[in-house]
Structure formats: C-alpha cells, structure tokens
Design a protein around this ligand. Structure first.
Ligand SMILES: Cc1ncc(COP(=O)(O)O)c(C=O)c1O
Length: 507
C-alpha cells in the first residue's frame, strides 16, 4: 500500500471506519447531472438519479463502472484513497472499505507499499455496469428486457411496437407464399454485401419523393435499425468520444452508446425538436463527434421537428463539423411528411437510418442506412467483418414482397386512422385519471404524459408490474433523469384492464 494510502487508512480508523454506512444524500451517484448535459464520468454528489445505495457501494459501483468501461484495465493502479475520496466526496474510510471489499471479490489487489491494482483479467463487458447503476424500473436495458420477455398474459403499454393484429399479416403471408417459389439461392445462400438491389431501389424511390436524390450505392441494408446504429457507432466513434442525444430519447440509444464506450451528453427536447440554444452550447462545450436523434415522430415524446428548428440545427452542426444520425423509423406513421434533416441537408453530414419493424414486422429483421457513397463503402466492410452480410436474403425478399404489394399503402392509411382514434380515446381516459399530455402527437402510437400531481413514474411502473402490466417510466429515456414524473404510453397496447390498474396504483 502506498504511503498516501497508508496514511489515509490510519486516518480512517476513527468513527466511520468500516461497515455499511447510511445512504447519504450527497455521495450515492456515479454521474454528474449538469443542468443540460451529463457525461458518464464519475463526479459524485449525484443523489437523485441513482437508486439508494450506501456510500461504500457507490464507490464500488464507480470502480466497477470504470472496469466495465475499460477506463481501468488489468494491472493498472487504482486512484489513491485520498484522491478518490476527494473525487467521490466521501471519507477516506469509505474508499478503504470499498477497496477492501473489491479486493475480497478478487477484482482488485493490494500491493504492499504501492497501493491497489486491477487484478488479472478484466471482466467481460457488463452493460449494466458500464453506465450509472439505476433502479431496475428505469434502467433502459431492463425496460427493454421486460417488454421483450413478457409472457403472453402480461400487458405491455410500455413496449415500442404494435400488437400483432395491427400489422399487415395477410400481405406478409402472401409474400411468404411467393418466397416459397423463389430460387434455391435466395433460400440457401449468403446475400450480396449491400443487400437486395431491388429493395435498395425501392428505398431510393422513397427518398426521391422528398427530394433526396440517392443512388443504390448510397444505401446499405442492415439486419435491423439497431444494427444500423451499431455499425455507425463502430464506424464513427472511438471509445471516449462524446455523443449528443435528446433528453428524453429512445432508451436503447443510451444502451448502445454505452456499449460503444461513448460519453453521452444530452440536450433537452421540446415539442418542436431539441432546444437549439442548449444544442449549440453543448456543441461548443463538449465538441461531440455525433448527434443521434429520431425525427418524423420522436420516441418517446411523439413530437415533430419544426422547419425552423431543423434549419438552426443544421447551421449549428455545420459550424461545428458535427455528424448527425437521423433515425426515421416512425416516418410511415406521419399523416404528412415533416422536415427531415437528411432531406434538407442532402447527405453531407447527415446519415439516415430506419427499419420496417414498426409498420411491417419486427420479426422480419431488416433495416437500412442511407449515407454518402464513400461512407457506405466503409460500412460495407464493417458489416462484412461483424456479420458477414446484412439482412438475410429471405428477410429482404419478404420486406420487398410486402412493401411492393399494393395493399401496404392501404394498410398504412387504415393504421393511421385507427391510431388517431385510439390516441384520442386513450388521451381522454388518461386525462380522466389525472395524466396530462406533454404534447399532442400528429401520429404514431406514443403518448408522453405527466403523471397526476407529479407522482413518481418509476413507483407507478413497479406497482403496475406487480399486476402484470409493463410500463415505460420517463427516466428510462432521460440521461439527466429529469423525466421522473413522465410516462410513455403505447396507446395500441392499452386496454380497460390497464386503465383500472393505473387507477388503483394512483389511489
Ligand atoms: C427510435 C428507434 N430506433 C430504432 C428502433 C429499433 O429498431 P429495429 O427493430 O429495427 O432494431 C426502435 C425500436 O423501438 C426505435 O424506437
């Protein structure tokens, strides 16, 4: 142990030397909450966003987070006890206790006279440890897992997709029957590296309807929208790079960025898009490499970018040489197309991604990237390296068959009408329970609502889960944890039982 640490340890043998301390208000966190932007760096003093944990556990969690994020690697020396105590704003005895416990777990080792070091092998990446340790009710990964793994008897107004009987089942069945007659090569061989040319041509025609002139060499088919974002993170980011997201944003953006070991900074989202003043400020302060956003209909708010906001965002991005990934996954739900960054800017610094999971099928995994041809070229290599191809040719054929079927447009028109009615109905029902819509979406299936009397959404989610209803509490979407009294409802997954459960839980 180093002299500094020895002194700190002997200093720490006083009153609060060991044992589990009471949860303090000031030292429970692993992440700084600035007013508008947070990194995933540890700075202590961050009570509200982290579930209650003792100070010792908070110090341990921070070391685990650094190990998971590879900012501490095998053999590396840990911060000295005094320094880390100052950084975490805890007493040296707390750090001593935390280091001792981590040593007992075998994660770190004490070396006589020189301090603590990371033990042997670095543990495998644990995404749950890579960010701040959150209450499971608001942990993005946990909310996704609850929705994906819910047994059929559970209701999922917290999930991000439509019920099966809202999807174009008959058109998909027709495409499957047609596929049964396809060449054996489609059914058995790898596809080309960019994916089905016919489907890329169809996507290029869709881009042309909004004045975005792209060739098929500017489109790459991917296994999904998620896969598209993952590829782009690999393509554009180095570990430690800063990425800007909206607050709130689609929760898996956060999880994916954690997997890329990016530093996440968020900008408040307003009913017409991100707050441009804060966006510009964040560009100057944090110099992010990338901004990932979701236009058309924003997840979770259902808001739509205004033309003025889009213009100002693009001006700021150009001034700071920022690349933007624009996810348009909900575009087909719009009654009229709204301003899209890719359409306005061309594809110089904006990359468009999307998929067919929301309006066609989430089971037929297929997504796309539309970008500059030279970037697509690099992305093709990455996709070969990481998945040896994009969507399976079978999936691409099914998407093509269904989109090309004249009934798809009719399906979309009917879906928009059905959703508009359901949004109205559910809005009325939720208002009856005291909820308040944050904005009135033009389309889609989300309602982002304030809870009555600013009640705690995570608490409501826990109570509902006990009655087999999966909800999506606001802070799962918020990097700054500033959405504690908001809830995202998927109106298509609501029913009278859900409303009864909500009513009971709020009583
Ligand atoms: C904004 C956004 N992007 C991407 C995805 C995931 O899309 P995919 O199913 O294509 O991976 C979702 C799913 O909810 C989403 O809401």
């Amino acid at each position: 142990m180093a002299a500094d640490d020895r002194a700190a340890r002997s200093e720490a043998t006083g009153t609060e030397a060991t044992g589990t301390e009471a949860t303090g208000t000031e030292a429970t966190g692993t992440e700084a909450t600035g007013t508008e932007a947070t990194g995933t760096e540890a700075r202590g003093n961050l009570a509200p966003r982290i579930m209650a944990m003792s100070r010792t556990e908070a110090v341990m969690a921070e070391i685990r987070r650094r190990l998971a994020g590879r900012s501490l690697t095998a053999g590396e020396k840990l911060p000295s006890i005094r320094r880390f105590a100052r950084e975490m704003r805890v007493s040296p005895s707390t750090v001593v206790e935390a280091y001792d416990r981590l040593a007992a777990e075998g994660l770190i080792r004490s070396r006589a006279g020189s301090g603590f070091f990371v033990a042997g092998g670095v543990p495998p990446v644990a995404l749950a440890d890579a960010g701040p340790r959150l209450d499971r009710a608001i942990d993005p990964l946990w909310v996704s897992r609850q929705s994906l793994d819910a047994p059929p008897d559970m209701v999922r107004p917290g999930c991000g997709w439509l019920p099966a009987d809202w999807m174009p089942g008959p058109a998909i069945r027709r495409a499957i029957r047609a596929l049964a007659r396809a060449d054996d090569s489609v059914l058995t061989e790898y596809g080309g590296t960019r994916g089905s040319r016919a489907l890329r041509q169809l996507l290029a025609r869709r881009c042309a309807t909004e004045g975005l002139d792209v060739g098929t060499d500017q489109i790459l088919l991917t296994a999904s929208g998620t896969q598209a974002i993952d590829l782009l993170c690999r393509f554009l980011l180095n570990p430690g790079d800063t990425v800007l997201v909206d607050d709130p944003c689609y929760f898996n953006f956060q999880a994916l960025l954690r997997a890329s070991r990016a530093k996440i900074v968020s900008v408040p989202y307003t009913p017409v898009g991100p707050d441009v003043a804060r966006f510009t400020e964040a560009l100057a302060t944090h110099r992010p490499r990338l901004y990932i956003t979701n236009s058309a209909l924003h997840n979770p708010t259902g808001a739509t970018l205004s033309p003025q906001t889009a213009h100002r965002l693009l001006t700021a991005a150009a001034a700071h040489d920022l690349t933007i990934v624009e996810d348009e996954i909900f575009a087909d739900f719009e009654p009229e197309p709204s301003p899209r960054l890719a359409g306005l800017e061309g594809l110089n610094r904006v990359i468009r991604i999307g998929s067919f999971s929301k309006t066609l099928s989430a089971s037929i995994r297929c997504g796309y990237i539309v970008a500059r041809a030279d970037w697509i070229e690099g992305l093709v290599d990455l996709q070969v390296a990481t998945s040896f191809g994009g969507p399976s040719p079978v999936a691409a054929e099914l998407v093509l068959g269904t989109l090309g079927d004249g009934s798809y447009r009719k399906h979309l028109a009917a879906l928009r009408g059905r959703l508009a009615r359901r949004r109205r109905e559910m809005l009325g029902a939720l208002e009856g329970l005291g909820f308040n819509a944050w904005t009135l979406p033009r389309g889609g299936f989300y309602l982002w609502c304030h809870l009555p009397e600013r009640r705690d959404a995570a608490e409501l989610a826990r109570a509902a889960l006990a009655e087999r209803v999966v909800l999506a509490p606001g802070n799962a979407f918020s990097v700054t944890q500033s959405a504690g009294d908001l809830m995202r409802f998927n109106v298509a997954q609501m029913n009278p039982d859900v409303l009864r459960v909500l009513g009971r839980a709020l009583r």
